[in-house]
Design a protein around this ligand. Structure first.
Ligand code: NAD
Length: 368
């Protein structure tokens, strides 16, 4: 049995579709994991080396994230086997063929992911009137532009204060991955009194003990230059960000960046997981033993999908931000309270909470 079916359990997947259109060379997989709470929202990823196993794992992650966020949406994911750097006309043809192929799969609402973007979602919407992450002109809320995920993360860190031994006012923060999530997280945390002492991207780390100028650094990064070349700070090598002594460490780049081999280098009181699975499970346990409060990814980085759900219902940018603030704070509070009561790490409490919510939604469903 393929490892794609390692996830088959009482929650899902409900449907696995393989799409093939010889005319356009479309090859894609859609995994609809669970739709008990409502039609599933999840990204459509385009890459040459995607797989059914990856798709199934990501679909489950969306089920748990959407349930934990309290959205009326289940979880799904789709992958298209193709190189996203193909010429635009070819990409449009492929995305339209993909949209046509899922025209009757009405319990799946596609969103952007690696290799797809708001333009791709506009083509899908034009074909089947069903997608999120649309351009503003089509009623979309540009979540990376407004920093939906960073906004939620900052709200989560603020809410975490009453569960941990730290104060956001004056807190020193370090951000690994100064991209869409990382730069906005830094900006919104600074609005609450925190000081950004270090930031990194794939080329290097920038450090300044009395605080970096966040707006200037964002402008610099947006003009396509690496953070470490910004004049007003000290350049260090890429992974030096892990050693920066700080109160809040924000991973916002890649999975598994903190693992058993480097977890002891972290000198932070709180790790706020902006990226997906940035800390291995073993390292999360070790950090908890050291008294580091790790705020789990799918609770604190849910701002993007909450924003997508608001967009789907025709809500405004302000609706999205206030919904993110309310949901992320509330959920984080519940997770950390449960973790304390049950003496487990926050991730264990978060997974249990999400499973309970999915199972409750499943009990409301008509069978047959
Ligand atoms: P992005 O591409 O805008 O930014 C990523 C940044 O990380 C870039 O600046 C890149 O240079 C840097 N980077 C890459 N490898 C690095 C490394 N080894 N060390 C340091 N920096 C490195 O991406 P994003 O949208 O900000 O997403 C970041 C992460 O958060 C991804 O894992 C993504 O799946 C996850 N995420 C994003 C959202 C969202 O709303 N965009 C929501 C939830 C989760």
């Amino acid at each position: 049995m393929s490892d794609a079916f390692a996830i088959v359990d009482e929650l899902g997947p409900e449907k696995v579709l393989y799409l093939h259109d010889p005319g356009t060379q479309l090859r894609a997989i859609v995994v609809i994991d669970n739709v008990a709470a409502g039609p599933a929202i999840g990204g459509t990823r385009m890459a040459p080396d995607v797989s059914l196993a990856e798709c199934a794992r990501l679909a489950r992650a969306m089920t748990l994230k959407n349930a934990a966020a309290g959205l009326a949406h289940g979880g799904a994911k789709a992958v298209i086997f193709a190189d996203p750097r193909m010429p635009t006309a070819d990409k449009e043809r492929l995305m339209r063929a993909y949209a046509y192929a899922i025209r009757e799969v009405t319990d799946y609402i596609p969103g952007p992911d690696m290799g797809t973007n708001e333009t791709a979602m506009a083509w899908v919407h034009d074909m089947i009137h069903r997608s999120v992450g649309l351009p503003r002109e089509l009623g979309g809320i540009p979540l990376d532009e407004i920093g939906a995920t960073g906004y939620g993360l900052a709200a989560a860190v603020e809410a975490a204060q009453r569960h941990g031994d730290f104060q956001l006012a004056g807190a020193r923060i370090a951000v690994q991955g100064f991209g869409a999530v990382g730069m906005h997280a830094a900006r919104y945390l600074a609005q609450r009194g925190a000081v950004l002492v270090a930031a990194s991207d794939s080329a290097g780390t920038l450090y300044r003990t009395d605080g970096l100028d966040i707006e200037a650094l964002i402008a610099w990064k947006r003009s396509g230059r690496p953070v470490a070349e910004f004049a007003d700070g000290e350049a260090r090598e890429r992974d030096a960000i892990i050693d920066v002594a700080c109160d809040v460490w924000v991973p916002a780049a890649r999975p598994d960046v903190i693992h058993e081999g480097n977890q002891d280098r972290l000198q932070a009181r709180v790790v706020a997981e902006g990226a997906n699975i940035p800390v291995t499970e073993a390292a999360e346990h070790r950090l908890a033993q050291r008294g580091v409060l790790v705020l789990p990814d799918f609770i604190v980085n849910a701002g993007g999908v909450i924003c997508a759900a608001v967009e789907y219902r025709g809500g405004s940018e302000n609706d999205a931000l206030s919904r993110i603030d309310e949901k992320v704070r509330h959920n984080l509070d519940e997770v950390l309270s449960r973790a304390k009561a049950d003496d487990v790490i926050p991730r264990t409490a978060a997974v249990a909470m999400a499973h309970e919510r999915v199972r409750t939604a499943m009990r409301f469903r008509r069978r047959g």
